[in-house]
Design a protein around this ligand. Sequence first.
Ligand code: E4P
Length: 218
Amino acid sequence: MKFFIDTANLTDIKELAATGMVDGVTTNPTLAAREGKDFLTLIADICAVVSGPVSAEVTALDATAMIEEGRRLAHIAPNVTVKLPLTRDGLKACRVLSHDGVMVNVTLCFSPGQAILAAKAGATFVSPFVGRLDDLSHDGMDLISDMVRIYANYPAFTTQILVASVRHPLHVIEAARLGAHVATVPPKVLYQLFEHPLTDKGLKAFLDDWAKSGQTIL
Ligand code: E4P
C-alpha cells in the first residue's frame, strides 16, 4: 500500500519524507490557502522534496478552464497530478488531460457510481472521502469495499483507489485490509501509525536491563 501525505505544509512534508514512508502528497485549496504562499511556487517546492505524485487542484469549474489550469499545473514538474472535482466538467477535463499523458486525481468521490465514471474517464487516481461520509453517519469504508470489488471486475480499469479524508489509523488499516491502492493521511495520522505503548514499554525495559550490564556497543 502506498502512503501519500495530505498536507501542503513544507516543514511537515520534509520531516515525514525523511521517514521513507511518503510515496506522494495530496493538497487541496483549503490546505494550500493555509500556507499563505504563491500556489505555483508552493507546488514546485513540494515537488522538489517528494518525487512521487503531488496532487494540485484546479479551481475552475468549466472543463475548458480546468484543462487550461491543469496544463499550467502539470507544467510545474513531471510528478504533478492534476486534481479535478468529480463533476461532469471535471470528468470531461480528466479525459482530455489523461489522454495528454497528465496524471489526474479525481477528487470528492462519494458513491460507487461516481467511482465507475472516474475510471471510465481514465483517472490515474480517484479519491473517495471516507471521513466526510462517516461524519454523515454513512460508513466510508463501505464505499472503499464497493470500489475495490467493482474495479476488480474490470481489468481495463487502471484507476487507483486513493483513500482520502482519513481521520485516524483505523481508516488506514481497514483501507489496507480491503486492498485500496493508496491512503492519503494527515501528518498526525502517519505519526500515530508508528506508535504503540507496548513498543515504548518494551524498549524502556530492554534499555534498563542493558544499562545494568555496563556494556556499550560502540
Ligand atoms: C484529499 O485529497 C483531501 O485533501 C482530504 O483528504 C480531505 O480531508 P478532510 O475531509 O479531512 O478535509
